[in-house]
Write a protein that binds this ligand. Sequence first.
Ligand SMILES: COc1nc(N)nc2c1ncn2[C@H]1C[C@H](O)[C@@H](COP(=O)(O)OP(=O)(O)OP(=O)(O)O)O1
Length: 167
Amino acid sequence: MQEKSSGFQWPAQWTPDILATLMFVVQKGRILLIRKKRGIGAGKVNGPGGKFEPGETALQCVLREVREELHIDIEDAREMGVLNFSFACGTIPEIRCHVFMATSFTGTPTETPEAEPFWCPVDGIPYDLMWQDDRFWLPAMLDGKRFEAFFTFEGDRMLEFSLKAED
Ligand SMILES: COc1nc(N)nc2c1ncn2[C@H]1C[C@H](O)[C@@H](COP(=O)(O)OP(=O)(O)OP(=O)(O)O)O1
């Protein structure tokens, strides 16, 4: 495991308010991203995903969210990592997010009231339009490395981070 941090100490005791998921489909050197139209992070570029519903596993959640947001069915989801987000502002809940990758799906990515999908070259990901944590872990995940990370935010601004990723 490789560890990187801003000097931030991973909290011994921390409990998320909500559980959520993200999905990144990668095919032929391209990644399927969304412009998020509502919910936490509206206006940002991200992967599709969202909050768990009662009784769901992370896998059930991410498959449902991708179906709802883009009208596609993922065929080979694999969990790659966990992101923990703590927000100083108090208006956004503390979030634990399970992150998945896939290469195969059925259907056609379609705009919905939640998301506008677009394909992007993996070497041209628009990090400046995304949450500030993404540039820390997304490249490692695209290299096939599993990871776990903790980020603190004040609103949109990332304050501290601690990232553990496979060598
Ligand atoms: C703080 O940094 C974040 N970075 C990234 N990459 N993604 C984040 C961050 N904070 C939240 N997210 C993701 C995790 C989830 O996919 C969504 C939040 O869930 P959302 O509000 O979209 O949940 P839904 O169930 O879809 O919401 P509706 O109530 O609108 O259906 O953001």
